[in-house]
Write a protein that binds this ligand. Structure first.
Ligand code: XMP
Length: 525
């Protein structure tokens, strides 16, 4: 039976991070809204209460029903989770004199407490809260303090119930992973058997049982998620899987051909549909970004549907939906927001049953599963790419000539990132844990070129030119929700700029986008 940790979400920005940390301990976990604790689920081995943007005194503050939890499972409250339990059971929580934010050291802590096993003196932790606990409930014992925070951590006497006011899940809490491991493995008894190999084995068996000899259709995008889903399904049902890869004409240079070739090498049964003509004609003269998106979204569904109709006995539509696409994250108004599916609209239209084999995985786990399945590294480490493709990177109307210019510039930029090796202080190329040489491409979450709707004057040889400007965009991020512009080396940017201006006909100026998200977005449209 698959064990799991439940993480109850009170709306903190770091809730997903807690989930990823638990998974990194090879333990399965589910993130659920604070009021959706499952009843009597024998697979639950422990509960973590997340932080929250609220103060426990706020009228709208989220309140969990602790009767379902206390005494039944080991509990770890983090930040608001700790304050909430303290407040609920008779302690005091008050606004801190100064907001506690940033690094702090645990100056004293109960060395023999199982939560702190393996901790070093003066362990660094990360604080981020406006309120602080000023008195503990009866029967609760303080087990750690920092210089400013007296009740940095507590435990209920003779109970497996802990609260920490710091954030063990964030990178800066040096002993945070150790603390979570102590809780998940030692205290809750996690077996640490959630591994890519295990996932592949059990998922393939489940897919075989679920799908039998049914035919399945899957839309490939060239991205990591749909590719891994396809390879996993191929392993389970082989030729009963038909993949469809649509070229809307806004893909990267040679991408349709290259990706199709990759898929064929992986043994997938793929139909490549070149529908670029349809999309170019429907997009002619359209300048409004959302209209472009709608035309491409609808066109994609129509082309996919027409192709799928040919497979008359298909019963299932498979999608590479991953866990972050489905987590019901809470915003502070209490409304549940669901993030978008990449291939929105397909399931409603097609009257097929939905199969989502990656629906429990985080992005990094999808990549680990891909490696487990023996997929090539360049497919696994591919940057995300928007569904509407280059259409949202050409500001203004779209023509074949503009797509050609952008494809050429983009190709130089991306290839440049792939070729630029990262070296350590001794000049050796840095490798990742799998032995792959690291390049700028790996350090960047996503990169691309934007074709601007302006022309400017330049001089090439003795000629005056009046040509287009492009902007390079490269960002670092962990989930695309927030992003920072990548601090690429000047020498690299100089080389790319030279290459683009010398080789791409129609471009005489290159800029670099130095905006972060928020307030900007990753794409320009
Ligand atoms: P923004 O521009 O909102 O992008 O910061 C966040 C992430 O989403 C991708 N993106 C899209 N993906 N269809 C998609 O499938 C779209 O319409 C779309 N718009 C943006 C973007 O590339 C980035 O990874």
């Amino acid at each position: 039976m698959q064990q799991k940790i439940i993480i109850l979400d009170f709306g903190s920005q770091t809730t997903q991070l807690i989930g990823r940390r638990v998974r990194e301990l090879d333990t399965f976990c589910e993130i659920l809204p604070y009021n959706k604790m499952p009843k009597d689920d024998p697979t639950v081995i422990g509960v973590i209460l997340s932080g929250s943007p609220f103060s426990v005194y706020d009228k709208e503050a989220f309140k969990a029903d602790m009767n379902e939890i206390r005494g039944k499972y080991p509990i770890l409250g983090i930040c608001y989770g700790a304050q909430y339990m303290s407040y609920l059971y008779g302690g005091k929580v008050e606004p801190a004199n100064t907001r506690e934010y940033g690094r702090a050291n645990l100056q004293t802590f109960e060395k023999e407490n199982p939560l702190f096993k393996g901790f070093k003196d003066y362990s660094q932790v990360w604080m981020s809260h406006g309120d602080t606990i000023t008195a503990l409930p009866e029967g609760f014992r303080c087990i750690a303090s920092t210089e400013k925070v007296k009740y940095a951590a507590y435990q209920a006497e003779n109970e497996k119930l802990w609260g920490v006011q710091f954030h063990p899940e964030v990178f800066h809490s040096i002993q945070g992973t150790q603390l979570l491991k102590n809780f998940v493995v030692d205290i809750c008894g996690g077996r640490q058997d959630w591994s890519p190999a295990n996932f592949v084995e059990t998922t393939v068996a489940e897919l075989k049982a679920q799908l039998g000899s049914d035919r399945v259709i899957l839309g490939l995008s060239g991205g990591v998620d749909s590719s891994v889903a396809a390879v996993l399904l191929n392993k389970a049902i082989g030729k009963n899987l038909t993949c469809i890869f649509v070229d809307h004409g806004m893909l990267r240079k040679n991408e349709f051909k290259n990706v199709l070739h990759d898929y064929e090498c992986l043994g997938l049964n793929v139909i490549g549909v070149d529908a670029s003509e349809k999309f170019f004609s429907e997009l002619e003269g359209v300048t409004e970004p959302e209209k472009k998106r709608k035309i491409i979204g609808k066109g994609f569904i129509d082309v996919f549907d027409a192709e799928a109709q040919k497979i008359t006995d298909a019963k299932w539509l498979a999608q590479g939906t991953i866990y972050p696409d489905r987590i019901e994250s809470l915003n502070i108004t209490g409304r549940v927001i669901k993030s978008h599916h990449n291939v929105g609209g397909l399931p409603e239209k097609m009257n097929l049953k939905l199969c989502e084999p990656l629906k429990w995985l985080f992005k990094d786990e999808v990549r680990r599963v891909g490696r487990q399945l023996g997929m090539p590294e360049h497919l696994i480490t591919r940057h995300p790419f928007p569904g509407p493709g280059l259409a949202v990177r050409i500001l203004g109307d779209i023509t074949r000539e503009k797509v050609r210019i952008l494809q050429d510039a983009d190709d130089i930029f991306i290839q440049g990132l792939r070729d630029w090796k990262i070296k350590d202080a001794d000049g050796n190329v840095v490798k990742d844990q799998y032995g792959n040489e690291q390049t700028l491409y790996h350090q960047v979450w996503q990169a691309g070129v934007i074709l601007l709707p302006v022309k400017s004057v330049g001089v090439m040889g003795d000629e005056r030119t009046y040509e287009r400007a492009v902007a390079l965009r490269a960002v670092t991020s962990t989930d695309a929700m927030t992003a920072d512009w990548a601090h690429l080396p000047y020498e690299f940017m100089a080389q790319v700029s030279n290459d683009i201006i010398n080789k791409v006909r129609g471009v005489n100026r290159v800029c670099y986008d130095i905006s972060s998200k928020p307030p900007s977005t990753i794409e320009w449209e």
